[in-house]
Design a protein around this ligand. Structure first.
Ligand code: SF4
Ligand code: SF4
Length: 223
């Protein structure tokens, strides 16, 4: 197996995408006069699954910057999260368990959190590759706000984040991160807790690299 590591250039390009997501989000939030301040809820207990290796590697980078002690604590919480969520899923329900990275309402890896954590809240829209448009109404609190300001049946006039382009760029970056072979790797569908218990993203060493190693072992491989 080989660890998928983010190089500096890809890391910066990911940070740029996240920055643009934050700006788009803020623009719509400002228009709607929406913020999370004073919210009685905490979305960090929502059941979210994530789908890109590059975001996993980005999160892992942040995790590695935490103290050893904190890392051990988080992995322990992640293990419990996985066990508890499996029980809830087995009962046919949707888990609602606080994310192992959340401490006292704050995200320990705020600057490394994943796209879903950054975009949940305001209404958004995106066009799928087959042309179908999907609309996301935002969190319950934002939906209430939209209803107050726009009433029902005024969907078109409601400000929304347009996610199509940024998601395409993320998909392109993911493919570059996987050496242009995204289609060869297993599809991901992991919670943050599952990512953290597994460690960094690992994939099977590609066949061509294994053959090269057998025929031309490096000095390190010989020992
Ligand atoms: S996104 Fe919505 S539900 Fe989540 S904390 Fe903010 S206001 Fe509350
Ligand atoms: S990564 Fe951070 S923002 Fe995302 S769910 Fe966990 S604690 Fe919340």
């Amino acid at each position: 197996m080989k660890e998928l590591m983010l190089d500096r250039e890809l890391h910066e390009r990911m940070a740029q995408i996240y920055q643009e997501m934050a700006e788009d989000y803020q623009k719509v939030a400002t228009e709607l006069r929406f913020s999370c301040d004073g919210c009685p809820d905490n979305c960090c207990d929502s059941w979210f699954q994530h789908h890109t290796y590059i975001e996993w590697a980005y999160l892992w980078r942040g995790f590695c910057q935490l103290s050893q002690e904190k890392q051990v604590e988080i992995v322990e919480r992640s293990r419990r999260y996985c066990v508890d969520s499996e029980k809830v899923l087995a009962a046919g329900q949707r888990p609602q368990i606080i994310c192992p990275l959340n401490e006292e309402g704050r995200c320990l890896l705020y600057t490394h959190r994943l796209m879903v954590c950054r975009t949940h809240g305001v209404p958004a829209t995106m066009q799928r590759p087959d042309g179908k448009r999907l609309n996301f109404p935002g969190c319950f609190r934002c939906q209430e706000l939209v209803q107050e300001q726009y009433g029902t049946g005024q969907g078109e006039s409601v400000p929304r984040v347009e996610r199509t382009l940024v998601l395409r760029r993320l998909a392109t970056l993911e493919n570059e991160f996987l050496d242009g072979k995204r289609h060869l790797y297993p599809r991901l569908q992991l919670t943050i807790a599952q990512m953290l218990t597994k460690g960094p993203p690992m994939v099977a060493t590609p066949h061509c690299e294994r053959v090269a190693k057998e025929h031309y072992p490096s000095e390190q491989d010989k020992h």
